[in-house]
Write a protein that binds this ligand. Structure first.
Ligand code: B12
Length: 343
C-alpha cells in the first residue's frame, strides 16, 4: 500500500475515532454481524493520483470491480456500541479486527508496586501506551543502553592513570572486538607486559593491587580513585604493605593468576569494571584471592561487586576491602577455603 494512502487512512480513522469518542460512552469490542454494520468509509485501490480526493472515499459500492481494500464501519447503537474496521487485499475474505479507543494507561500503580519501586531501580510499574512503552520509558532505556555501550567501548583516560600514579600494561588482546569474543586472551599478559611488570614491581608483595577497565571503563573513571584511596588508608591503618600498583588494559578476572605467579603475591586485589547492565554502567568490582596462581580454581576467589554511587559507596567499599584482606591474610585462604577455615 502506498505511503500517501496509509497516511490518509490514518488521518480518517483518527478523525472517525475522535467523532465516535464524543458520540459514545462505551467501547465494547465485540464484532457485529454483517447486517448490523453501517459502512462509513471504504478505501479503494484505485488511486492513480493522490490529489484526487474523491478516489479515496466511496460511501457505497456494490460492483465487484470496485470492491474496497479497507472498509470502516460503524455498528448500530442498538445492542453494542462499537467501532471496528475490516482490511484485506483478498476481496473474497474480509477479516474483521476490533478497534478499541486508544487510551493512555494511567500513571497510578498499585500500592504493592509502588512499595516494590522503592527497593529497586528496575523498570517496574512504568506503565505503557497501548502495547508499547511510554516515550519517556523508551528514551530512558535507549539512554541507558547507550551508556552501557560507551562503558564497554570506552577507555580510561591518561589523566586518571597519572593521578593514580600507575603504569599501564596490556594483555594478549588487540582490540575491543577481540576482548569481547576471546576472554581467554584477556586472561594472559602480553610479553611486553610481563617484562615491564617484572622490571617495575616489588616482588613477593603482601598485597598486590591491580586495576583494569574490564567491561566498563566508566566504572573505573567513576570509582577507582575513591576506592583505591580508602583501601590504601585502610591497609596502612592495619599495617599491611601494598606492592606496586599498575593498570591493565582489557583484562579479565582470571588474569590475576598469572600476575600472582609472576610476582609471588600473597593477596591480589583486582579492581575491575563490571559488565554494565541497564541500570548502572558505572559499577565496579573488587575481586580478591589468596595466592592466585596459574590453575587457581574460581571457588578460591571472592568478589565485592556493585561498587558505585547507587550501590556500595566507593569509599565504604575501599575501607571494607582492607578488613577483608586482613582476614584473608590471617586465615591464609580466600573464597570457599576461607569460609571453611572461618567455620
Ligand atoms: C557475568 C557474570 C557471571 C558469569 C561469568 C562468565 C563470564 N566469563 O563472564 C557466570 C554466569 C559464569 C557467573 C557465575 C557465577 N556468578 Co556471577 N556474575 C556475573 C556478572 C553479571 C558480571 C561479572 C563481571 O562483569 N565481571 C567482570 C569481568 C571482566 O570478568 P570476567 O573475567 O569476564 O569473568 C569472570 C568474572 O565474571 C567471575 N565471576 C562471575 N561471577 C562471579 C561470582 C563470584 C563469587 C566470583 C568469585 C567470581 C565471579 O568469573 C568470570 C570468569 O573468571 C556479575 C554481576 C556484577 N554486578 O558484577 C555476577 C556476580 C559477580 N555473580 C555472582 C554469583 C553469585 C555467581 C555464582 C556464584 C552463581 C552460582 N551460584 O553459581 C557463579 C560463580 C562463578 C565463579 N566464577 O566463581 C554474584 C556475586 C555475589 C557476591 N558478592 O558474592 C554477582 C555479583 C551477581 C549478583 N548480584 O548476585 N557469573
Amino acid at each position: 500500500m502506498n505511503e500517501q494512502l496509509v497516511s490518509m487512512i490514518t488521518q480518517l480513522v483518527m478523525e472517525k475515532m475522535g467523532n465516535n469518542a464524543s458520540e459514545k460512552s462505551s467501547h465494547d469490542t465485540a464484532v457485529p454481524t454483517e447486517n448490523q454494520k453501517e459502512t462509513l468509509i471504504k478505501f479503494h485501490n484505485t488511486v492513480t493520483n493522490a490529489n484526487d480526493a474523491d478516489l479515496v472515499v466511496s460511501p457505497s459500492t456494490t460492483e465487484q470491480s470496485n470492491e474496497p481494500l479497507i472498509k470502516l464501519y460503524h455498528a448500530e447503537p442498538s445492542n453494542h456500541e462499537q467501532s471496528y474496521y475490516s482490511a484485506s487485499n483478498d476481496e473474497s475474505t474480509y477479516t474483521s479486527v476490533p478497534i478499541t479507543e486508544f487510551k493512555f494507561e494511567e500513571d497510578e500503580v498499585s500500592e504493592s508496586v509502588q512499595a516494590a519501586k522503592k527497593h529497586t531501580p528496575a523498570r517496574i510499574g512504568v506503565g505503557r501506551a497501548g502495547t508499547r512503552p511510554k516515550t519517556k520509558t523508551w528514551l530512558k532505556f535507549r539512554l541507558d543502553h547507550a551508556a552501557a555501550v560507551d562503558a564497554v567501548y570506552g577507555e580510561v583516560t591518561e589523566g586518571l592513570l597519572q593521578k593514580l600514579d600507575v603504569f599501564q600494561v596490556t594483555t594478549r588482546v588487540t582490540d575491543k572486538e577481540e576482548y569481547i569474543t576471546r576472554p581467554d586472551l584477556g586472561r594472559r599478559l602480553s610479553d611486553e607486559a610481563k617484562a615491564l611488570i617484572q622490571s617495575k614491581c616489588k616482588k613477593n608483595p603482601k598485597v598486590q593491587v591491580i586495576i583494569s577497565n574490564g567491561l566498563s571503563a566508566s566504572a573505573i573513571e567513576e570509582n577507582v580513585q575513591d576506592v583505591y584511596l580508602a583501601l590504601q588508608q585502610s591497609l596502612s591503618n592495619l599495617n599491611i604493605e601494598i606492592g606496586t600498583t599498575f593498570y591493565i588494559d582489557k583484562g579479565r578476572v582470571a588474569l590475576m593468576d598469572e600476575i600472582g605467579e609472576l610476582l609471588q603475591a600473597e593477596v591480589i586485589v583486582y579492581l575491575i569494571g563490571e559488565r554494565p547492565g541497564l541500570v548502572s554502567a558505572e559499577s565496579m568490582s573488587a575481586y580478591i584471592c589468596y595466592q592466585p596462581r596459574i590453575g587457581t580454581v574460581e571457588a578460591d576467589r571472592m568478589v565485592i561487586s556493585n561498587i558505585h554511587k547507587g550501590g556500595i559507596p566507593p569509599l565504604e567499599a575501599g575501607a571494607y576491602l582492607g578488613t577483608v584482606v586482613q582476614k584473608i591474610l590471617h586465615y591464609k585462604a580466600s573464597g570457599v577455603g576461607l569460609v571453611a577455615k572461618e567455620g
